[in-house]
Design a protein around this ligand. Sequence first.
Ligand code: NAD
Ligand code: UDX
Length: 464
Amino acid sequence: NSKTTNICCIGAGYVGGPTMSVIAQKCPNIKVTVVDLNEERIAAWNDDDATKIPIYEPGLSAIVSEARGKNLFFSTDVEKAIDEAQIIFISVNTPTKNYGKGKGMAADLKYIELCARQIAKIAKDNKIVVEKSTLPVRTAEAIKSILENTGNGVQFEILSNPEFLAEGTAVSDLLNPDRILIGGETTKEGQLAIQTLVDIYANWVPIDKILTTNVWSSELSKLTANAFLAQRISSINALSELCEKTGANINEVAKAIGMDSRIGPKFLKSSVGFGGSCFQKDILNLVYIAKSYGLNEVADYWEQVIIMNDHQKKRFSNKIVQTLYNTVASKKITFLGWAFKKDTNDSRESAAIYVADDLINEQAQIAIYDPKVSRKKILSDLDYLESRTYKENSKNVASFDNPYDTCAGAHAIAILTEWDEFVTYDWARIYDSMQKPAFIFDGRNLLNKSELEKIGFVYHEIGT
Ligand code: NAD
Ligand code: UDX
């Protein structure tokens, strides 16, 4: 849209950072400012060395270095950015509430509300406010009420524009999205606001992939999409346990059902359990919303996806303990991978955290190598569970910057993330350095079973 010359995004995280970088690259005539309260994060986004940006995503640092300083800016001056922008994207975190009503289930909307109040305070001219964060259905109503009641007579239009990027593939997902979803009011002003946002995406997204709906459909579609994706993983993981009992092979079963074009091949990879900041939080939120309308069967149906996922993680740690002769006390267990999937430095809700917690309860010594996750992050992930003190966690966890030292002397190796580099290791060298029998528990069905067995490993994968 020739009219839009200035936009801002509140929240410079895994969504705000990559999304705005791609918009800036594709819309050179729009000034894009990404703001955050976190000074350290903004400083990292502004680091002269673009490989030091706070989020690791293949292809992202190149886009940031291309656009930064031209029409892409990272700043802590939230008020100035709000004041100058015609469109304000809200991309702050919406974690599961860990206190009060809805604790452990509902989305915590305190950061969203803060943004709305700040916009209301600062805005002196009409603005379009875009919900980019994942929000419970009908949140736009609350945002509207805050804006209208404190908004100095300024007109606000609220749009829902959920983000469907997956971490690790954020840049290609943003450049080539399956669809862009924009929900707005059915009023004339609402439709105009929708069109303004459509015009931005139309700079690089084919128009038939830009879907417009009412606000509530858009908000609910985001929760629904994540629930469906996670449900496929819990479905295949549920069957992996049955495969282990019956001699069926989950890799073969997944291939066989995935070739049915009605089912399709994607998201059928059995694993140690899904992680990431979205699936669990969004399903819990869906369950909470269903319950709040008295829809108990609907709530129970979706909650089962989480119950299955928790079971899959637990099953993996139990299997390690049982196989190691029912005790891992004082044994070195090596984790290859801590991130919740490959090609990201994000470890939020990673299955590795829960598996490590179980094994530390069994007094194992955990040695961890991840190509992108720091020891500091690993310890803070464990600390967040509040299972024991920080000091106790530090005693039980060692981290290394190369895989061979991490594996030396170990009783077992557990693969928690499917990083490509793990496949290329010198596995014979690793075998020679380990205690015997040398066990591998492959939580990602990543490695080549017959090759490893030839070397001498006792190899266990999921669902075979
Ligand atoms: P994040 O935690 O990486 O980033 C959020 C940022 O917002 C943080 O840096 C935080 O400091 C900042 N912030 C919070 N309150 C603020 C305020 N009042 N003013 C300025 N900055 C503030 O989170 P994320 O992963 O980018 O997720 C953001 C939203 O997008 C969530 O609702 C999430 O559900 C959704 N989402 C995430 C993904 C994903 O893959 N991570 C994908 C789609 C949607
Ligand atoms: C997800 C959604 O895919 C994305 O559309 C949404 O915007 C945010 O949430 P993300 O969590 O970044 O993205 O990664 P995703 O690729 O969905 O993987 C989530 C988890 O499921 C990871 O732990 C992954 O390892 C696991 N997974 C995925 C499987 O175990 N098996 C699969 O077949 C696919």
